[in-house]
Design a protein around this ligand. Structure first.
Ligand code: BES
Ligand code: ZN
Length: 432
């Protein structure tokens, strides 16, 4: 996992594994040092007159905890019921490997690919791709391509494959509050001094109102509104709220008033707490007034919102909310803007045909709520169309215990990928 530096050796081992598999498939493959986890880069032979596709994926994963909720250990991949269970099964090792497998089979059966493929598999997507932007800018010539292919999203539902044309961005924060110089007896001192845990709960609570709206002044100023056409298209998708509730184990859904569940997840900004720490967490009861309290939380952003503007506005709001007797430190972790992409691209049409060949059904076009930080940089630096072709399912448990990937989806993904190279190669006049 890339979040915890203690595992950097394991992350590097994963990079080497990917490099050796690309080399075994017959590609020139190398590790590129960036200051963070290495980038794995590989190329197939140039094919004059055909477009160039750049495959992007990531070999890093999110931390596996809570470990005791895994049926089989997260780093011992296990097949049950036609699905492979492991951290990274769908996000993104398994999905990324579909392209490696399709390239390997093209080379094995035809001796060559119908177009040039470049592969860039990185190891810090799950922590914001800090070093990748510089690498892209410094190597724009070498990475030149007509389209970028990414399989790190999901299908809309089982049997309903999808191409994703929009993602949310993110701004991730850590708020640290401190009060008295050490933990205190809550009976002796409670009532006489500000409690950082109470302050944290109050401040975080004040960031979202009763309507589910974020109360940071200016937060919604730049939000790209949903068009009536998109709202109609989302509403026409076969989405079953009851099944979604049951999947999550809740009796009702929640979020910003005035928007449907799909709209709230794909096209509206949010603020969610990701972790809370303060006071006594052991067995039984301890009457303590903690000296510190902290929270990790993040905003999902939509196109046109700027992570840095959001961070500055949040900082002002927190300073306003800070009670007397408490000190504040706000750490800004990673940030990335959201994106929405045009649907007119010939590469997208080629991808739709390939998805149909692999999955037996034409894909629907959707937006999704997750983030892939580097997508904007690809579009801007390489001036290439980005194709988000997700083979996963919504209940594959990415970032959760018992992450999985169906072997059928894996094989369908490989077939779609193999067909994609053919479909893209048929675009004989690359746009550049
Ligand atoms: N594969 C996900 C993104 C994703 C998941 C997009 C499902 C659409 C549907 C990606 O690996 C991811 O989780 N990204 C992080 C990025 C963040 C840490 C900067 C995310 O969205 O939390
Ligand atoms: Zn992820």
């Amino acid at each position: 996992m890339s979040a915890d530096p203690a595992f950097s050796g394991e992350v590097r081992r994963a990079a080497e594994w990917v490099r050796s598999h690309l080399a075994a498939a017959g590609l020139q493959a190398e590790l590129v040092e960036t200051g963070g986890p290495p980038i794995v880069y590989a190329e197939s032979a140039p094919v004059p007159g055909a477009p160039i596709a750049l495959v992007y994926g990531h070999y890093d994963v999110q931390p596996p905890d809570p470990l005791d909720e895994w049926v089989t250990p997260p780093f011992e991949p296990t097949i049950r019921d036609g699905k492979i269970f492991a951290r990274g099964a769908t996000d993104d090792k398994g999905q990324m490997l579909t392209h490696v497998a399709s390239i390997a089979s093209w080379l094995e059966t035809s001796g060559r690919l119908p177009l040039q493929v470049k592969l860039l598999i990185e190891g810090e997507e799950e922590v914001g791709s800090e070093h990748l932007g510089n690498f892209l800018r410094a190597n724009a010539d070498r990475l030149a391509c007509d389209c970028v292919v990414i399989s790190d999203t999901s299908q809309f539902a089982p049997g309903v494959p999808a191409i994703t044309y929009g993602l949310r961005g993110i701004a991730y924060f850590e708020l640290r509050l401190s009060g008295p110089k050490q933990d205190l007896h809550s009976g002796v001192f409670g009532g006489g001094v500000a409690n950082p845990a109470n302050a944290l709960a109050k401040m975080l609570g004040a960031l979202i109102d009763e309507q589910g709206r974020v109360t940071i002044p200016g937060f919604y100023d730049d939000v790209l509104p949903l068009s009536e056409r998109e709202r109609a298209e989302f509403a026409a998708l076969p989405f079953d709220e009851g099944a979604f509730r049951r999947q999550l184990g809740v009796d009702s859904l929640a979020g910003e008033a005035g928007f449907t569940t799909i709209e709230r997840r794909w096209a509206r900004p949010t603020l969610d707490i990701n972790g809370l720490t303060s006071g006594y967490q052991g067995q039984g009861a301890k009457t303590v007034l903690p000296a510190r309290a902290s929270a990790k939380f993040s905003c999902r952003l939509v196109p046109n919102q700027d992570p840095q503007r959001v961070a500055a506005a949040l900082r002002r709001r927190l300073e306003e909310l800070l009670p007397a007797g408490i000190r504040l430190e706000l750490v800004e972790h990673h940030g990335a803007p959201g994106i929405i992409m045009p649907l007119e691209s010939p590469y997208l049409q080629a991808a739709a045909a390939a998805v149909e060949k692999g999955f037996g059904r034409r894909p629907v076009f959707i937006r999704e709520g997750g983030s892939i930080p580097v997508v904007n940089t690809f579009a801007a630096v390489l001036d290439a169309d980005v194709l988000l072709l997700g083979w996963g399912q919504n209940d594959d448990n990415p970032h959760s215990p018992n992450e999985k990937f169906s072997l059928d989806d894996y094989h369908r993904g490989i077939r779609a990928s193999a067909a994609l190279w053919q479909q893209l190669a048929a675009i004989t006049e690359p746009l550049k």
